[in-house]
Design a protein around this ligand. Structure first.
Ligand code: BEZ
Length: 209
């Protein structure tokens, strides 16, 4: 049974580089960027771990906790983190899950046998404080993720939750947003006193702060 947007993120208890964690307790009142990578001591993964660490202030600003996963052990992760810090000029503080038995990787469908029977592909789950899966993305092993996009979708989800809006293609924070078709013009007038532009009855833009 595949995990879908709107599902509750499955809970689990597992060793990490920051000690054993129970996932729902770890989420707490935060958003979570949960991502898998194929293996420690590999080049693309090293750059992704470094980038996540370099963006720690950006994640914290958005109340997001990053957490990684691979099917390596805690001991391997710890040795590799020293390399990541050294080569990517950063200090990696977020936890990395050790899942050598594939327990979590299987339950989150991070193992795609067409790529590997034992290593995870590059899955992304954005999870909100109510433990719901809000976004999923899956990259093949050979493609490093775009972290601008990861921050952008978090900004879109959080802006959508705060204002009841949707965001257009290639939206960036500060740009115009879209009033969903489920909101009538009468409701939109009350909800968005700043006004809105109607291009078509189904395509209406407004601005939110
Ligand atoms: C990497 O992180 O460089 C990588 C890992 C597995 C397959 C391909 C690339």
């Amino acid at each position: 049974m595949s995990l879908r947007i709107g599902d509750t993120a499955p809970d689990f208890t597992i060793p990490t580089t920051k000690g054993e964690i129970s996932f729902h307790d770890f989420i707490g009142d935060s958003w979570v960027f949960f991502f898998s990578h194929p293996a420690d001591f590999t080049p693309v993964c090293t750059t992704e771990m470094g980038r996540t660490a370099q963006l720690s202030d950006e994640f914290a600003k958005r109340n997001v906790k990053p957490i990684g996963l691979s099917t390596d052990t805690v001991e391997e992760h710890m040795k590799w983190i020293a390399d990541v810090d050294d080569t990517q000029n950063t200090v990696l503080e977020f936890p990395i899950i050790a899942d050598p038995d594939l327990k979590v990787a299987q339950s989150y469908e991070m193992i795609h046998p067409g790529e590997s029977e034992t290593a995870a592909v590059r899955s992304v789950f954005i999870i909100s404080p109510n433990k719901k899966i809000r976004l999923t993305m899956t990259y093949p092993m050979s493609v490093g993720r775009n972290f601008d996009e990861i921050l952008r979708v978090i900004d879109s989800l959080q802006t959508g939750d705060a204002h009841g809006i949707a965001t257009p293609a290639d939206w960036r924070p500060g740009e115009r947003v879209i009033i969903p078709p489920t909101v009538t013009n009468e409701e939109a007038t009350a909800k968005f006193p700043q006004g809105f532009e109607e291009i078509r009855p189904y395509l209406r833009y407004t601005e939110v702060k």
